[in-house]
Design a protein around this ligand. Structure first.
Ligand SMILES: [Zn+2]
Length: 507
């Protein structure tokens, strides 16, 4: 059928209208820089939008947070639960640090951190809520009607974060403001129901789901912000700057602020690595270690899918800490004569980008799953970069003798339980935790590799990564990867390593 002149006029009008609509929406996209983003409308993933003002001089952060959550479980949910980790820093007598660490955690004396919650709205209406847990670090929002599978809910939170004077994951000190585990984050709902673990003093007591983040930080002009995700825009005002970050498919959002930061970068594959530092030239050394690690792990485990990764020198007294797309490194390791340690810690935290960041796990109950594998991945780095001899040397001195055998000698007089697989709160102290989860855990992966041979072992790691990335893995997922690649079960191998008395129990 043809088109008559009148119809043609209509047609032209419609086409013009369509072009106009597209232009208007493109302008809108351009202005907001994010509206056309496919993840924004991703119904499956939780969306966090946080708009905050960082007040370094009063040590407060004023936040407005919107959370869009879809019930992906098979059960009706009668409440939503958030971890409010800053509240665990409120009282000295309930400290998140073991007693022997208090002096290093608070060099200027104890200083409290917490969240002041001002407003909670559910679908735009005020709602009652309670704080639960030992340190009031769980926020419970009851639902009048159950949230059915597939249903979506919007929660709005208005709060202020008060930072402690402490060089840890969460706190400020001489050079940096460290914002790890600083905002209300949804607890994980799994086969156990809601996971409401408190902030344990050993290990990294965290467990979270992959989500999408948009975070807008208003900070005094002189501050530089390093954060999870990519910097989409920085708007400069007279006295302040607004930093916008987009973090897609990540399980947490961390940031560090400093007036002293310089930044260097390197490109590896599709990823730009940034090194933020306040100690000259050592920041470039950290960048080199991280770039080399990223290249090696891309090859060994599977490609890192994010556009950027930040390595951040921080006031920090416990080595390093991993967050998605951002790692905090103890600033004193940049002092010059500690390159060996700077390399070890940087590479370890980069390996966590795969084991914790991409393949997540319950770090309270299954800490070995990410720590043991990350520790062994660090050893693999030395082999790939410097050769087999150096790898063997590092494995023997650092892992086998350094962590595990020393521990055995030290604890020889006691009837020590060498079980690796236990919850954080069942380890006596850092020595026991470090020696078993990192030390014996890495030895277990080394033995697995000896039994399988290099080719199969690396195939297992790639399989484990590929089938579990952007999810939370259980130990069984690792056993499954072993079985899939080798065609035989490995459960017994793991259990013998993971449990001290497994053989006796198994008879
Ligand atoms: Zn680690």
């Amino acid at each position: 059928m043809g088109v008559t002149p009148i119809k043609r006029r209509y047609l032209i009008a419609i086409i013009v209208l369509i072009i106009l609509c597209i232009s208007v929406s493109s302008l809108y996209d351009l202005f907001w820089g994010r509206r056309s983003d496919p993840y924004r409308s991703d119904e499956d993933l939780t969306l966090y939008e946080i708009d905050l003002t960082f007040n370094p001089y009063s040590k407060r952060i004023d936040c407005m947070q919107q959370v869009k959550y879809t019930n992906k479980e098979e059960a009706n949910l009668w409440a939503l639960y958030f971890h409010v980790y800053p509240n665990a820093f409120k009282h000295a007598e309930k400290s998140v640090f073991p007693k022997e660490e208090m002096d290093r955690a608070y060099p200027n004396g104890f200083s409290p951190g917490f969240i002041e919650l001002n407003k909670v709205l559910l679908e735009g209406a005020p709602v009652a809520y309670t704080f639960e847990g030992y340190s009031h670090d769980i926020l419970m929002i009851p639902l009048e009607e159950p949230l059915k599978p597939g249903d979506r809910l919007e929660v709005f939170l208005e709060y202020s974060v008060v930072m402690p004077n402490s060089p840890g994951r969460f706190g400020y000190f001489d050079n940096t403001y460290n914002l790890g585990n600083w905002y209300p984050i949804l607890c994980v709902y799994d086969e156990r129901g809601w996971n409401l673990e408190p902030y344990h003093s050993l290990g990294d007591p965290f467990y979270s789901d992959i989500a999408n983040y948009y975070v807008r930080i208003t900070a005094p002009f002189e501050f530089v912000i390093a954060a999870t995700g990519e910097e989409t825009r920085v708007i400069e005002g007279d006295e302040e700057k607004i930093w916008e970050f987009k973090g897609h498919k990540v399980r947490d959002f961390a940031w560090v602020a400093s007036q002293k930061f310089q930044r260097s970068s390197a490109v590896v594959g599709d990823t730009t690595i940034y090194s933020y530092y306040y100690t000259h030239d050592r920041g470039k050394k950290a960048l080199e270690f991280a770039a080399s690690a990223l290249e090696i792990f891309n090859d060994l485990f599977g490609a890192y899918p994010y556009k950027n990764l930040s390595i951040v020198q921080t006031d920090f007294f416990i080595g390093g800490m991993e967050y998605p797309r951002l790692v905090m490194i103890d600033g004193s390791l940049y002092d010059g004569d500690q390159d060996d340690w700077l390399e070890l810690v940087t590479v370890h935290e980069v390996a966590h980008q795969w084991w914790y960041g991409l393949v997540g796990n319950d770090e309270v109950h299954d800490s070995w799953l990410d720590e043991g594998l990350t520790e062994y991945s660090t050893i693999l780095y030395y082999g790939q970069r410097y050769g087999r001899e150096e790898e063997e040397y590092k494995y023997q001195t650092y892992i086998n003798k350094g962590k595990f055998q020393l521990f055995r000698i030290y604890r020889d007089s006691e009837d020590t339980d060498e079980t690796i697989h236990r919850p954080l709160y069942e380890f006596k102290d850092w020595l026991e935790y470090d020696s078993l989860v990192y030390g014996k855990g890495a030895i277990m992966f080394h033995e697995l590799r000896q039994e399988m041979g290099d080719e199969i072992f690396f195939e297992v790691l790639r399989e484990y990564f590929e089938s579990n990335k952007f999810q939370n893995a259980k130990p069984e997922d690792l056993y499954r990867a072993c079985q899939k690649v080798t065609g035989k079960p490995w459960d017994d191998f793991f259990r013998q390593w993971l449990y001290d008395d497994y053989e006796e129990k198994a008879g």
